[in-house]
Design a binder for this molecule. Structure first.
Ligand SMILES: O=C(CO)[C@H](O)[C@H](O)COP(=O)(O)O
Length: 228
């Protein structure tokens, strides 16, 4: 019987949550398990407040009775637990497969610590197999997409049903296929320079720990220190 490796990683991360913490709730099918476990612990008496990174995570947390506050109502978060689409050994991430990258990055940057939870298929030597999600404003999106393509990627505007996918912030997502990304920080700089780009899914120097669940039932933990 195969085990649920996403659940394995997510529940391990929830062990780092203690009374009084302000917790950032990630988005996606791995973060889902972390929120579910947090809900159980809240029902058992854990005292936390939380900020959600998407409407979906907010609804899940509300149903589970996790006390929610707005990001602007508190003075920073202690810990954010979130998934990733890819991560390397330097804890550089690609995020945004679920379209929540902007709020996810704000919440993670506003936290003292971010723990990434993932199954082993997400751990890679070189980022870039997963198309990099870039959130762009709808105005002049054709121009922004053309500017993105000049960086050497093929760009696909994300669709949903009959129309274009819209983020919780009302923007579009351009999925950019770069292939192997030699330098995530250089690429991040180039993306930030394009007017029309709201945010990109490269998370660099943000995550302090990754908890990776494996099919054999084991867990790998990667840790990094920043600002030394
Ligand atoms: O960045 C994200 C959403 O914007 C998710 O964390 C990422 O897509 C991973 O999702 P999953 O755990 O479902 O594989």
């Amino acid at each position: 019987m195969s085990i649920n490796v996403k659940q394995l990683a997510a529940e391990k991360a929830v062990e780092y949550v203690v009374d009084g913490m302000k917790v950032g709730l990630g988005t996606g099918s791995t973060a889902y398990w972390a929120i579910r476990k947090l809900g159980e612990r809240v029902q058992e008496g854990l005292k936390i407040t939380a900020v959600a990174t998407s409407v979906a995570s907010e609804e899940q947390a509300r149903e589970l009775g996790i006390p929610l506050v707005g990001f602007g109502d508190i003075d920073g978060l202690d810990l954010t637990i979130d998934g990733a689409d890819e991560l390397n050994h330097d804890l550089e991430l690609i995020k945004g497969g679920g379209g929540a990258l902007l709020r996810e990055k704000i919440v993670a940057r506003g936290s003292k610590q971010m723990i990434v939870v993932a199954d082993e298929s997400k751990a890679v030597d070189t980022l870039g197999q997963f198309p990099l999600p870039v959130e762009i404003v709808p105005f002049a999106w054709e121009w922004t997409v053309a500017e993105l393509a000049k960086l050497g990627c093929t760009v696909e505007l994300r669709s949903s049903g009959d129309g274009l996918y819209k983020t919780d912030n009302g923007n579009y997502i351009a999925d950019c296929r770069f292939g192997a990304i030699a330098s995530a920080s250089e690429l991040a700089g180039s993306l930030q320079n394009i007017t029309g780009v709201v945010e990109h899914g490269l998370f660099i120097g943000i995550a302090a720990m990754a908890i990776i669940g494996k099919q054999d039932g084991s867990i790998e933990i990667i840790e990094r220190e920043y600002g030394e």
